[in-house]
Write a protein that binds this ligand. Structure first.
Ligand code: SF4
Length: 686
């Protein structure tokens, strides 16, 4: 069987966007997947789940034909019968047209997210949406809160090159667990520790695999990171670590910040965070005396009602010490806006009608069940077209989501690689290609490369790409746009040219274009991205989102989190697991074997109080419902904190519904955003 090695790019919802090399047999099957040694961020390393991608690519449960539901919603594959592509697309077009005739075009809600991060296959659904005047989607489920927090201080979604971690003397991983979710960060940290003796601090409410490798682990209560950041800055000012020359030149109001922080001392933060004063002061001094300090800002602590304010507070630290000015210093949240890509053609932005309504993707449960806060005077959602996401598991308030999808008057089409829980609720299911079977282009959050990934395998069965499906529907719906008559690679080529970037034929061989800016730009020495060129210690929240009234201008602890009170004394964090990525990989044998079963990490003292032993079942609940999982005694967290890593399929839980039954669809401040880690719960024996 002839073997060759082919390049690709990981498409999954992960900042690393790894450059890959795959073993390919006979042009039809893949073997091992490795990180490309030629791309200097990936540096030959990928996570274990993608290294075993053959399990997913060649999984026996891959969908291979279009299906029409003939049985009960939610019953799975047995409730579907195969149909031809023409029959399927004709039926979808007819149902969308009928829904539009009954209620107007906004009754159709194309619903998508980041099952692939490729711009063509992910965002092309928006071209159809805009041309047809369907309802728009508020993309709130992942980065809305973190973006808002970063933009408040820095002004643009970019930061210091992730490779500079290797030049740092102190790396702070704040609210992330890269050992499990972004393994490449650890590669560069290992270099810094080996070559410079760098220290590693991890700030996370529980002792993750990353925290286990740290010199210092701080475990604040969920939703209190802003208080910790304020107290650290209090110490920086008080003990002479603040760089006044830097702040005078590059920040807006250092005197105001110092005055504001006078009362935010370690004793105050200790009461809020549950950390000791000594822990806070020790970390502050280490950070203050280390100029080459690099904060790798994760998403975890932003998934809270006060998440934007928390992330903003953390982003202020390098502006106080002036760490931004040093090689290996500063911070990185995401570099996704580093390269300006003209998305007009990809998303049909020239057809966007700003009067069409916007529905919040995180509130799909309330939306589908007719919540007036979401629907108002508008029509109900009568038709959903879903690509790249599995809201029956990943969206908050699963109880409402399940009720909504169960509506008999709702038409649902799902284009997927597997019969997910969402696909099982559909009327029509379409089989989707994987990234190995279609072309796409990928920016990245963690690094500075723009990458093109070409198809390296023929489509599985009758699978079609998202782009092909959108074009096929556009043709039937008489939707006209240049983008519907181009192939994926033609779209990529034209988009690159429109963006002033090298076109496909001039793109670097191997598909990776390093867009790293000069040092001064990467470190904001030629100005931060606000109009005045300064880092803003005073956030203009009103310019970022409408719900700003409770957000103070200076960094602070914003006490709007779900504290719960005596009835719900515990704080639940529904954290990512190592072997799943949202719901991708939660059906591959090695990932399931490694994760075991849905498990709650619970402090041993709490288990003792509940008269439970390690490994026994525990019920976790709140006003939205309850789930049963197995408890694991775990000392690496405060007793009030409970961790359930996921995301497991719903049927992995005893009562058929997963952890997002408990999470809230309340929007975070100031412009929405899912609050997955801001959940008060009770625990009880089963
Ligand atoms: S670390 Fe992230 S980008 Fe890299 S292979 Fe794994 S999932 Fe893909």
């Amino acid at each position: 069987m002839p073997l060759d090695i082919v390049p690709s790019v990981c498409p999954h919802d992960c900042p690393s966007a790894c450059a890959l090399e795959l073993e390919r047999f006979d042009g039809r099957r893949i073997g091992r997947v490795r990180g490309s040694p030629r791309q200097s961020y990936t540096r030959g390393v990928v996570c274990a789940k993608v290294a075993r991608y053959a399990e997913r690519q060649h999984h026996p449960a891959r969908l291979s034909r279009p299906l029409r539901r003939i049985g009960e919603k939610g019953a799975g594959a047995a409730a579907f019968a195969p149909v031809s592509w023409d029959e399927a697309l004709d039926e979808i077009a007819e149902r969308l047209t009928r829904a539009t005739q009954s209620y107007g075009s906004e009754t159709v809600w194309p619903y998508y997210y980041a099952g692939t991060m490729g711009l063509v296959q992910r965002d092309g659904i928006n071209r159809l949406r805009h041309v047809m005047r369907y309802s728009r989607e508020h993309l709130s489920i992942c980065s809305m809160l973190s973006d808002a927090g970063w933009l408040a201080g820095v002004g643009a979604k970019r930061g210091v090159d992730g490779r500079e971690v290797a030049k740092s003397d102190l790396i702070v991983i704040w609210g992330g667990n890269p050992v499990s979710t972004q393994v490449n960060v650890m590669t560069h940290i290992a270099t810094a520790r080996r070559e410079r003796g760098a220290k590693l601090v991890v700030i996370d409410p529980y002792r993750t695999a990353s925290a286990e490798r740290a010199d210092i682990h701080l475990a604040p209560l969920p939703g209190t990171d802003g208080a910790l950041a304020c107290a650290v800055m209090h110490v920086l000012f008080k003990e002479g670590y603040a760089d006044w020359d830097y702040m005078a030149r590059y920040t807006d109001n250092p005197e105001g910040l110092e005055a504001h922080l006078k009362t935010r001392d370690p004793a105050w933060a200790s009461r809020v965070t549950g950390l000791s004063e000594e822990e806070i002061v020790r970390f502050a001094r280490l950070y203050g005396r280390t100029k080459r300090s690099y904060i790798r800002v994760g998403y975890g602590f932003s998934r809270s009602r006060n998440g934007a304010a928390q992330l903003f507070a953390v982003s202020c630290l390098p502006a106080v010490t002036g760490a931004w000015a040093y090689e290996g210093g500063g911070a990185l949240y995401s570099n996704l806006d580093l390269v300006a890509i003209d998305r007009t053609l990809l998303e049909g932005l020239d057809e966007l009608d700003p009067t069409t309504r916007i529905l919040d993707q995180s509130r799909i449960g309330p939306v589908l069940t007719g919540d007036q806060r979401d629907i108002g005077d508008g029509p109900p959602v009568a038709a959903l077209l879903v690509q790249n996401t599995n809201p029956m598991v990943v969206a908050p308030e699963s109880g409402l989501v399940h009720r909504g999808f169960a509506r008999s008057d709702l038409f649902v089409c799902v284009h997927e690689q597997f019969m997910t829980e969402t696909a099982a609720m559909a009327d029509i299911v379409l089989p989707a290609t994987t990234f190995l079977e279609h072309d796409d282009i990928y920016p990245a959050g963690a690094h500075t490369y723009l990458q093109i990934g070409r198809a390296v395998l023929p489509p599985h069965g009758e699978c079609r790409s998202n782009h092909d499906v959108i074009c096929g529907l556009a043709q039937r719906l008489r939707a006209h746009h240049d983008g519907f008559s181009m192939s994926a690679i033609e779209l990529i080529d034209r988009t690159l040219r429109m963006s002033g970037l090298p076109a496909v034929e001039s793109f670097p061989k191997g598909g990776s274009l390093d867009c790293c800016p000069p040092f001064a730009t990467g470190h904001f020495l030629d100005g931060f991205a606000h109009a005045d060129g300064k880092f803003h210690f005073r956030a203009d929240w009103a310019a970022i989102g409408p719900e700003h009234a409770l957000l103070p201008a200076f960094p602070d602890h914003v006490a709007v989190i779900d504290e719960g009170g005596p009835e719900r004394p515990f704080r639940l964090v529904a954290a990512p697991s190592r072997s799943f990525l949202n719901t991708s990989f939660n059906n591959t044998p090695s990932s399931v074997a490694r994760e075991g079963r849905p498990t709650a990490l619970v402090h041993p003292e709490v288990l003792h109080t509940l008269c439970l032993r390690d490994g026994e079942r525990v019920r976790i609940g709140n006003q939205r419902g309850s789930v049963v999982v197995h408890a694991r005694a775990f000392r690496g967290l405060q007793p009030r904190v409970v961790i359930v890593e996921g995301l497991w399929p719903n049927d992995a839980f005893e009562e058929g519904i997963g952890i997002n039954l408990l999470t809230s669809a309340d929007p975070g401040l100031p412009r929405g955003g899912a609050v997955f880690h801001d959940t008060s719960v009770w625990l009880s024996p089963v």
